[in-house]
Design a protein around this ligand. Structure first.
Ligand code: FAD
Length: 468
């Protein structure tokens, strides 16, 4: 059956995965329809994720650098924060990018259909736009429905003082006392923003370190720095109850020995992870299997169990990161257009854009140990980097993990300002099969933080001669 509109390729969801897939399929000559429930394109990443958070983190960086230069003889008055203007600027960055995407869609004749799409059959999607329904029939489909924040049953999420990352990015006031529930990347980035804007921040994390998943030694410099700036960082602690009254939110904490305490906050940011949107698509009508958690399994060509239906991005699994979604989107579009492509990335870098930034790629030291791999490491402390000291920072570390059998680099972790940019070099090195000599003999510009990658390789080789 034909729908109101027919697409050779329909893409469900317009985040980084979805728009990349739609544009690539159109470039390869397909008639593409892109379905998005919200009025702007770009998904979580552009509207309420990567981009607005980085705009606010830039603000935080300017504030904290100005504060810290006070210790080195450059003193500014305390900043005057005009929240309305800041919010306006952050929104304008988002609007510029989402508007740009609309233009790119038009330029490629990708038809954007606004509304909530659900499967009505193996070749049909029904779109509901505020009660007005239409249908899109398709030859092939790419599901790019993304994810949403996890909520907790014992927290009054309907109270406006309980916010998720989207609420935090709205910048609707600066609470005097903020509790960040969850010490992962998203929570810590927002903690960094609100600390700089003047909130007194407490972070609570269930595990024994912040950013669980990254190596402990790499997270330590971040922990130390924020511990000094924030009110408290509670590890191995869970929140068991939250009650709301006019004066604030009373939170009960339980530590790993079962001891409980309570404290009062003006706002709580719940950042305990994201869950995939697979369950809301009526995917069963198309025969697409969705697991209990809402993930959709795919093969290396991004095909679901139904061969003409693909899935990409957060909805197919971890890591839930925009750059992964983009690469999967390209693969799905190219396979849909008849090319023989596979998602075969060796590594996907992760970055916390906190201050300092924490970035890692490939095998972590903890994983290497747990899996019994024979590895060696090269570690370079930034206290010996001329450039690091000349930006007033000395806490950074660059660590490279090598396979002892062939000296190839198989992992890296970096903490320090701009670690997120620096990790890209090691991602390329791993993809290219580079070894310690390749990294050690490549001439890096002096004085840059990128030299720390060069020096860490030389530390492993034992060929380093000077540490400036
Ligand atoms: P999404 O971006 O989630 O987009 C899915 C889209 O599909 C949404 O627009 C949704 O409205 C739409 N949709 C879903 N179901 C339907 C339906 N049934 N009908 C119509 N439309 C539908 N990642 C990074 O790599 N770097 C970062 O710095 C970073 N920072 C982040 C900061 C925050 C605060 C958050 C929340 C996330 C951040 N992420 C970051 C993660 C990143 O945003 C996601 O990994 C990325 O957006 C996933 O892309 P996606 O295409 O899979 O889906």
């Amino acid at each position: 059956a034909r729908g109101d509109i027919h697409a050779e390729v329909v893409v469900l969801g317009s985040g980084p995965g979805g728009y990349t897939a739609a544009f690539r399929a159109a470039d390869l000559g397909k008639k593409v329809v892109l379905i998005e429930r919200y009025p702007t394109l770009g998904g979580v990443c552009l509207n309420v994720g990567c981009i607005p958070s980085k705009a606010l983190l830039h603000v935080a960086k300017v504030i904290s650098e100005a504060e810290e230069m006070g210790h080195h003889g450059l003193r500014f008055s305390p900043p005057e924060v005009d929240l309305d203007a800041l919010r306006g600027w952050k929104n304008s960055v988002v609007t510029q990018l989402t508007g740009g995407l609309s233009g790119l869609a038009k330029g490629r004749k990708v038809q954007v259909v606004t509304g909530f799409g659900t499967f009505a059959g193996p070749n049909m999607i029904a779109v509901d736009n505020d009660g007005a329904t239409s249908t899109v029939s398709f030859d092939q489909c790419i599901i790019a429905a993304g994810s949403e924040p996890v909520t907790l049953p014992f927290i009054p999420h309907d109270d406006p003082r309980v916010i998720d990352s989207t609420g935090a990015l709205e910048l609707d006031g600066v609470p005097a006392r903020l509790l960040v529930l969850g010490g992962g990347i998203i929570g810590l980035e927002m903690a960094c923003v609100y600390d700089a804007l003047g909130s007194s921040v407490t972070v609570v994390e269930l595990m024994d370190q912040i950013i669980p998943g990254a190596d402990k030694d790499i997270v330590k410099p971040l922990h130390k720095r924020i511990e000094a700036r924030y009110e408290k960082i509670l590890l191995k602690t869970k929140v068991t109850a939250v009650s709301a009254d006019e004066d604030g939110l009373t939170v009960t904490f339980e530590d790993d020995k079962g001891g409980t305490t309570t404290d009062r906050f003006d706002k709580i940011l719940v950042s305990v992870g994201r869950r995939p949107n697979g369950k809301m698509l009526n995917a069963g009508a198309a025969g697409v299997a969705v697991d209990d958690r809402g993930f959709i399994a795919v093969d290396s060509q991004q095909r679901t169990n139904v061969p003409h239906i693909f899935a990409i991005g957060d909805v197919v699994g971890q890591p839930m990161l925009a750059h992964k979604a983009v690469h999967e989107g390209k693969v799905a579009a190219e396979v849909a257009a008849g090319q023989n492509r596979h998602f075969d990335a060796r590594v996907i870098p992760s970055v916390a854009y906190t201050d300092p930034e924490v970035a890692w790629v490939g095998v972590t030291e903890a994983q290497a140990k747990a899996s019994g791999l024979k590895v060696g490491k090269g570690v370079f402390p930034w206290a010996a980097s001329g450039r690091s000291l000349s930006i007033g920072r000395s806490e950074g570390i660059t660590k490279l993990i090598f396979d002892e059998t062939d000296q190839r680099v198989i992992g890296a972790a970096i903490v320090g300002p701009n670690a997120g940019d620096l990790i890209a070099e090691v991602a390329l090195a791993i993809e290219m099969g580079a070894d310690a000599v390749d990294l050690g003999h490549t001439i890096h510009p002096h004085p840059t933080l990128s030299e720390t990658v060069n020096f860490a390789a030389e530390m492993f080789e034992g060929t380093i001669t000077d540490l400036i």
